[in-house]
Design a protein around this ligand. Structure first.
Ligand code: AMP
Length: 395
């Protein structure tokens, strides 16, 4: 488990601190439609500014493909930060150019500035050492607080740590202490709920969690590969036929470890991949020809809900069905309700499951909703996250 130094373990007074945040917020016509990611970065920024640091913020936004594109400018983020912090956050017109360097050099203690989108340079995603060195040259300390990109080894998430003392901000600290704590010392029974589209995307997570959990709940499109492997009729449901042996091996492994695996017992199915399809509720062992599973059914919600109710810890990643469509979102909503009503330590791994929880208004009933879908998945897989591994360990 990571035990990294934080902003509280270094003296930031009078120092130039380069803080990598995740300001990759959704935008429509130049307007921020959800500023959650900006608000989540505020505790770290406030701490640094109030402790006398000269704060240089940086982030990526979207995919500008390595060149300047005003559509991906962080100008709206600087404006929103200014409002939220109640102090001016100036935006540099470049990332490592004369404007950025000039503004960084002129910062006074407690002042905050923002560099332009780091992905305006193709060197960012290539983790180019010369670019990382240029970024680092503006600062004395590096703080990573961008959990959402911590699984990427980019110049501003990992490369800069080769040139500066590096610590984590509050957001990364919270993510690693809650998720790390659940994985290394969970309150039992420990129940993992996995859904989503593909077995192949989640093999690593399943493999790692089988070593740790008491119960593994599998829903989403993934479940049909497992159910077919068990000899069920799955109609035209999504299935990875080349993963059938693997599915059986994973089920065998779980059995050998004494891990209970719960798969859907009933499904909400449709005659095509379309919200306006003809739909039926059927037994999971016998999905009719010409129909595909698009959600778990009500009996599965009860079965899964029973395991969730008795859990000490719940980790959830991936929807139970095509939750983007109201008609096939009941399974995901049912599971979200069970998690919200349980007394378990509940950890939601971002993405569609987090969206379902927010939509239902259950966010404040969860212990933790991860700010990084991909990053939290890699964390649950037990993989090393480069943006965290590069930070200094506590003494
Ligand atoms: P993932 O990114 O792997 O978590 O997968 C999320 C996607 O899986 C969502 O867009 C869902 O619509 C999709 N999904 C979940 N269940 C099904 C299903 N039964 N059939 C087709 N797609 C599904």
């Amino acid at each position: 488990m990571y035990n990294k130094k934080t902003i509280e373990d270094v003296d930031v007074k009078g120092k130039r601190v380069l803080a990598r945040c995740d300001f990759n917020v959704p935008m429509a016509d130049g307007v921020i439609t959800d500023d959650k990611r900006i608000r989540e970065a505020l505790p770290t920024i406030r701490y640094l500014a109030s402790h006398g640091a000269k704060v240089i913020l940086c982030s990526h936004m979207g995919r500008p493909k390595g060149e300047f594109n005003s559509k991906y400018s962080l100008a709206p983020v600087a404006a929103r930060l200014t409002e939220l912090l109640g102090q001016e956050v100036t935006l540099a017109s470049d990332v490592i150019g004369p404007d950025a360097k000039g503004k960084a050099a002129a910062l006074k203690d407690g002042e905050v500035m923002l560099l332009e989108n780091v992905r305006f340079h193709k060197e960012e995603e290539k983790n180019d050492p010369a670019f990382a060195k240029e970024l680092a040259s503006m600062a004395d300390i590096f703080v990573n607080d961008a959990f959402g990109t911590a699984h990427r080894a980019h110049a501003s998430t990992a490369g800069v740590a080769d040139y500066l003392p590096a610590v984590c901000g509050y957001l990364i600290q919270k993510e690693i202490s809650i998720m790390g704590g659940a994985l290394s010392n969970p309150k039992r029974p420990f129940v993992a709920i996995l859904g989503g589209a593909k077995v192949s995307d989640k093999i690593g997570v399943i493999n790692n969690l089988i070593e740790k959990v008491d119960t593994l709940i599998i829903g989403g499109a993934m479940a049909y590969t497992f159910n077919k492997a068990r000899g069920h009729k799955i109609g035209i449901s999504l299935c990875e036929d080349d993963k059938l042996d693997l599915a059986n091996e994973l089920l065998e492994k779980a059995k050998a470890k004494g891990v209970k695996v719960l798969l859907p017992v009933d499904n909400h199915v449709g005659d095509k991949y379309d919200p306006d399809c003809h739909d039926l509720f059927v037994d999971s062992a016998d999905i009719p020809d010409g129909y595909m599973g698009l959600d778990i059914g009500p009996a599965s919600v009860i079965l899964f809900g029973y395991a969730i109710k008795g859990a000490g810890t719940v980790v959830w990643n991936g929807p139970m069905g095509v939750s983007e469509w109201d008609k096939f979102s009941q399974g995901t909503c049912g599971v979200a309700t069970a998690v919200a009503e349980s007394n378990a330590v509940s950890i939601i791994g971002g993405g569609d499951s987090a969206a379902a929880i927010e939509k239902l208004g259950f966010a404040d009933r969860m212990t933790h909703i991860s700010t990084g879908g991909g990053a939290s998945l890699e964390f649950l897989e037990g993989l090393e996250l480069p943006g965290i591994a590069c930070l200094a360990d506590k003494d």
